[in-house]
Design a protein around this ligand. Structure first.
Ligand SMILES: NC(=O)CCC(=O)C(=O)O
Length: 588
C-alpha cells in the first residue's frame, strides 16, 4: 500500500478494530471468507451518508474472477444524532408509542428494585442508550434501506438516507431494542436481541452444530409479524410468564450482531477482534446494530466512535437454472440433479436452482409416495451435499414434504457450506379448472405454506415463490419491499397455461418490481401424466428475457447485474413514486 493511501485510510484504522488487522485489505478479506480472493481499494464517493461522508470502495475479486464492491464509510458525528434526539421529542406518534412501552418497562424495573418505584424510567434516555447513541458518543451512523415499518418503506439503497428514512429506521431499531431490554430484564438475561427472522430459520440456525457451542440462545414462539405486533407479543408473553424468550441470541463473548433475516456467522477470529474493539463504559449495555441488517454488515463501537462495515450489494453474479428431465425413479433424479449442479458450478455459477418437484413426477397421486421430511430426508441430504461439494448457493427446486399428517410443496435453500438457509412452502396451491384443457387440484393432497422466505447471499437478496405463486403480484411486491434483487419461482407450467402465461407472468413480475426473475422448470416429458412446458427463463429488471431454455434438459446461465438493476430503478423511479400514502401492499 502506498503512503498516501495509508494516510487516507488512517481514519478507518486509527484507534479502531482495524488496528487488529495488518491492513484494511486483510480485514475485508477476513469478513468475506472467500478463499483465493484479492482486494483492491479505490477512491469513491458514496451517496448513502450524504456529502459529509467519506468513503472508500474495495473491489474484491474471488478465485473465479467474479467481482464485488464494498463501500467503507464513516460519517462525522453530530448532526444526525442531534436530529434524532429532536425527532424523538417531536413526533407525537412515536412518543405515544414509546409511552405505550413505558409501563411494562417501569414495572419490570420496579419488580427488580422496589426502591426505584418512585422514579420512573426516563424512556427517552433509555432509548438513546439502547439505540447506541449513548455510547457511540456523538456519532450515530445509519445506513438504511429495505426496511418496511408501519406503512413506510425505505427506498433503494443508492438513495440518500434522509432524516425521514433515519426516523423510520430508528423506530424500527427502537422497537427491537426496547422490547429486547424488556425481555432481558424480565428474564435476567445479559442480552436479548429480537430478530425479525422467520421462526424456523432462527431455530434451525441457533440449534445448528456450528452455533450450539458458541451461543447460549433460547427462542420465543413469536410469529413473523410486524414490529408493533412483536412488542405486543413480547409483553403478552411476559405477562403470562411464557417460558420462552424471543428469538434471542446471547453470545457469551459479549458481541451480538443482529440481522433481519440472517445471523452473521462470525469466525472466532473476527469475534475476538470485535470484542477487543468494543469497549463499553462501565455498566452500560451496548447495542450492536446496523440499519440495513444485511448479511455481513457489522457496526461496532470503539472509544466513542462507531464504525461499521457496509457491504453494499453491487456488481454481478452468475445464476444457473437446471431444466432437469425428471422421471419416476427418485434416486436417478437425485443423481441427475447432482451431475447438473456440478456442471453449473464448473461453469462459474454461484447460485444454482433446480425446478419444482425435481425429485418426483408432478401430480397429486405422486406427492404422498415421494414426500420426505425436511431437512433430514434423502433429497435434502443430497441437496446439502451438492451445495457443499460445489460451494454454491443452491435452491433445491421443490419436493413434496411431509410433516405430521400434512404434505407441502417445499423448496429448501442451501449455502455453500451445506447449511440449510431456509425453506419455503408453496403459499398458493395450484387449483384450476380450464374445461377441456386442464383440471388440477393440489389442495386435494397438499397444505399451503404460510411464511415468506427472503434470504441474503453475499451478492444479493433473493425472494422465493413456487410456480403458481407467480400469479400473485402482491407476493412479489412484498419481496420487493423487503429489498429482494431476484425472485426465484421453481415452476412447472403445462401445455395450456405455459404458452399463454409463463413468460408474460415472469416479465410482469420483473417490470412491476424492477428486479430479476428466474423460473426454472422441469424438462418436457411428452409421456408424463402432466406435461411440463419447459422454457426455463431469466428476466432482467427491464423485462427482457436474458436467458431461455427450449423444452429439453439443459442448463441456462444469466449474469445478475445489480448495478444494472439500480440503473433501471433510477431511470424509471417507480419505487419512490409509488403513492404509499394512498395505497400499499403489506404482509400480515
Ligand atoms: N405447478 C404449478 O403450480 C403450475 C402452475 C400453472 O401451470 C399455472 O398456470 O399457474
Amino acid at each position: 500500500m502506498d503512503r498516501s493511501m495509508e494516510q487516507t485510510l488512517s481514519h478507518f484504522q486509527a484507534e479502531s478494530a482495524l488496528k487488529h488487522y495488518p491492513s484494511i485489505e486483510d480485514m475485508i478479506l477476513d469478513f468475506h471468507h472467500t478463499p483465493g480472493a484479492t482486494v483492491q481499494l479505490e477512491d469513491s464517493s458514496s451517496p448513502t451518508l450524504g456529502p459529509a461522508s467519506q468513503s472508500k470502495r474495495a473491489v474484491i475479486r474471488d478465485g473465479r474472477g467474479q467481482c464485488r464492491r464494498v463501500f467503507l464509510k464513516t460519517c462525522p458525528g453530530g448532526s444526525l444524532s442531534q436530529e434524532f434526539q429532536k425527532m424523538l421529542r417531536t413526533f407525537d406518534k412515536e412518543i405515544g408509542f414509546y409511552a405505550h412501552l413505558r409501563h411494562p418497562l417501569a414495572s419490570i424495573q420496579s419488580q427488580k428494585s422496589p426502591a426505584d418505584d418512585a422514579s420512573p424510567i426516563c424512556l427517552d434516555e433509555a432509548l438513546l442508550q439502547f439505540l447506541g447513541a449513548g455510547f457511540v458518543g456523538d456519532d450515530l451512523h445509519l445506513v438504511l434501506s429495505d426496511l418496511e415499518v408501519d406503512g413506510y418503506r425505505l427506498t433503494g439503497r443508492s438513495d440518500y438516507h434522509s432524516l425521514d428514512q433515519a426516523h423510520i429506521a430508528m423506530r424500527t431499531l427502537a422497537t427491537f431494542h426496547v422490547a429486547s431490554v424488556a425481555v432481558a430484564e424480565a428474564h435476567h438475561l445479559d442480552w436479548v436481541e429480537l430478530q425479525q427472522a422467520p421462526q424456523s430459520l432462527v431455530r434451525d440456525y441457533l440449534t445448528s452444530p456450528e452455533f450450539a457451542d458458541r451461543v447460549d440462545a433460547s427462542i420465543f414462539s413469536v410469529p413473523f409479524l410486524r414490529n408493533a405486533m412483536w412488542i405486543k407479543a413480547v409483553i403478552q408473553a411476559q405477562k403470562s410468564h411464557h417460558p420462552l424468550v424471543p428469538a434471542s441470541l446471547r453470545i457469551p463473548t459479549g458481541v451480538t450482531v443482529s440481522l433481519m433475516d440472517q445471523f452473521i456467522d462470525l469466525s472466532p477470529t473476527i469475534l475476538s477482534r470485535l470484542r477487543l474493539a468494543r469497549v463499553l463504559p462501565q455498566g452500560q449495555r451496548g447495542v450492536l446494530a446496523h440499519g440495513d441488517f444485511h448479511m455481513w454488515n457489522v457496526a461496532f463501537s470503539d472509544k466513542g466512535q462507531m464504525r461499521f462495515f457496509d457491504f453494499q450489494m453491487s456488481g454481478s453474479f452468475r445464476l444457473a437454472l437446471i431444466q432437469l428431465a425428471v422421471g419416476a425413479n427418485k434416486s436417478q433424479n437425485l443423481t441427475a440433479a447432482a451431475k447438473h449442479v456440478k456442471e453449473a458450478a464448473s461453469q462459474g455459477a454461484q447460485l444454482v436452482s433446480l425446478p419444482e418437484c425435481f425429485n418426483s413426477p408432478y401430480g397429486t397421486n405422486f406427492f404422498p409416495e415421494y414426500a420426505e421430511s425436511v431437512p433430514n430426508g434423502e433429497s435434502c441430504l443430497a441437496l446439502k451435499t451438492m451445495a457443499a461439494d460445489n460451494k454454491v448457493f443452491l435452491i433445491g427446486g421443490s419436493i413434496p414434504e411431509s410433516e405430521g399428517d400434512r404434505l407441502y410443496n417445499t423448496s429448501t435453500i442451501w449455502g455453500p457450506d451445506g447449511e440449510l438457509i431456509g425453506k419455503y412452502r408453496k403459499m398458493h396451491l395450484f387449483d384450476i379448472n380450464v374445461p377441456g384443457k386442464i383440471t388440477f387440484k393440489e389442495s386435494d393432497v397438499l397444505s399451503p405454506g404460510n411464511d415468506f422466505l427472503a434470504f441474503d447471499t453475499p451478492f444479493g437478496k433473493i425472494g422465493m415463490g413456487i410456480c403458481y405463486d407467480i400469479r400473485f403480484s402482491d407476493l412479489a411486491k412484498i419481496y420487493s419491499n423487503m429489498g429482494c434483487h431476484l425472485l426465484v419461482y421453481p415452476g412447472a407450467f403445462n401445455m395450456t397455461t405455459g404458452p399463454a402465461h409463463w413468460e408474460l407472468l415472469a416479465r410482469g413480475r420483473a417490470v412491476d418490481n424492477q428486479l430479476y426473475v428466474a423460473t426454472p422448470s422441469p424438462a418436457r416429458d411428452e409421456k408424463a401424466d402432466y406435461i411440463a412446458w419447459g422454457h426455463s427463463q431469466v428476466i432482467n429488471p427491464w423485462g427482457e428475457v436474458v436467458a431461455k431454455a427450449e423444452e429439453c434438459q439443459e442448463i441456462i446461465f444469466a449474469d445478475i447485474d445489480l448495478d444494472y438493476m439500480q440503473q433501471v430503478r433510477k431511470q424509471i423511479p417507480i419505487t419512490v413514486q409509488a403513492r404509499t400514502d394512498l395505497y400499499e401492499t403489506v404482509s400480515k
